[in-house]
Design a protein around this ligand. Sequence first.
Ligand SMILES: *Cc1c(COP(=O)(O)O)cnc(C)c1O
Length: 354
Amino acid sequence: MDIRKFVRPNIRSLKAYHAEEIPCKVKVDANESPYSAISNQQSAISLEKTLQALNRYPDPEAKVFRRLIAKDLHVKPENILHGNGSDELIYYVITTFGGPVLYPVPAFSMYGIISQALNEKKIGIPLDDNFDLDMGKMLGAMKQHRPKLIFLSSPNNPTGNCFSTGKILEIIKRASSVRHQSLVVVDEAYQPFSGKNEFLPMMDKFNNLVVMRTLSKIGLAGLRLGFLIAGEEIINEVNKVRLPFNVNALSQAVAIMALKNKNPVRANIASVISQREALRTALDNIDGITPYPSDANFILFSVAGADRIYGRLLRKGVLVRNMSGVIRDCLRVTVGTPEENKIFLKALKDILRH
Ligand SMILES: *Cc1c(COP(=O)(O)O)cnc(C)c1O
C-alpha cells in the first residue's frame, strides 16, 4: 500500500524536525549552556539510589520536583505541571484547548509544528521593525481569528529581545475579555537571562495566563524538563492529557539535585550574562556586523551573505544557527565559554577580512 497517502494530510505535509548532528569544535547553535549545572561528585553520590530503583516506574506526579519549583516561585505545587521539556507541554496545551493558535513570527518553531501535527489552524503575525509585538496586527488577528491559544515567547527566540511588558499585558487583558476568550502562554524559556519576572505575579489576576519555563537553557538541556505555571483549573485540564510517566526517574533525580544546590546554575547564568555583553560589544566593533540587543543567552546578528558566512564558519569548526531563511541575512550565536566566544569571534573576523 501507499503509506504516504495513508497518512493524515496534515502529517503528510509536515517535515520531521531537523536535528542533524553536525560535527564541530565550537557548538554555539542551540542555545544550550556551555556549562553543566551539576558537579561530578554531587552526581555520583546522589544517583546511586535512583539507579538501583530503575526497575520501578518514576513518580508520575513528580511531586518532589514540583514542590521545589513551587517553593522557589511562591506558588502551590498544584500550580505546576511537569513536561518532558517545554516542547511536550506545548503539545499538551494545544491538545487540551485546540486552536486556532496565534503567535508572532519569527518565533520558536514548535508552536507551528505542533499545531500542524494536531491539525489545528495556526496564525503567525509578523513582528514590527524593532522585533516587538505589532499591536495593530495582533489585536486585529485576535478579533478576526478568535484564537483559543496565543503563544508569546519573551525573551523571544530567535530575536533575543523581550517584548514590551505593556503590550503583553494588553494582549492578556484583551484575551481575558468575554468577547475574546483566549489563553495566553508566555513562554519564558530564557527568563533567567533577562532577570525580569513580570507575569508570574499576574497569575492571580488573570485566569487565562499560563507561564512556561524550562531547565534546558540553564545547563540541563539533556534532562528534558520543562514546567507550566498556571491556575489550578488550567493545570487540572492539561494534566488529563499528560502521559503518566512523562518525566523519567533519572531526570527527576538530577533536577531535584540541581534545585537543592543552585550554586552551579546561578554561577552559569551570571557568567553567560556577562559574556553576552562582552560578545555583543565585540560583534558591534566588527565592520559589517550588526548585533541585536539580547535578553537571552544568544545573540542574533546580521551580516551580508549570511549563508556563505555560515558555511565558512562551519569549515573553521564553529557551528552557529543560520536564521537567514527566517530573517534576511541573520545568524544566531549562542553565548559560549570565554574561550569559545574568542574562537568564534576570531573565525568571523578572519572570514570577513578575506
Ligand atoms: C528552547 C526553547 C524551548 C524548548 O525548551 P525544552 O524545554 O528544551 O523543550 C521552548 N521555548 C523556546 C522559546 C525555546 O527557545
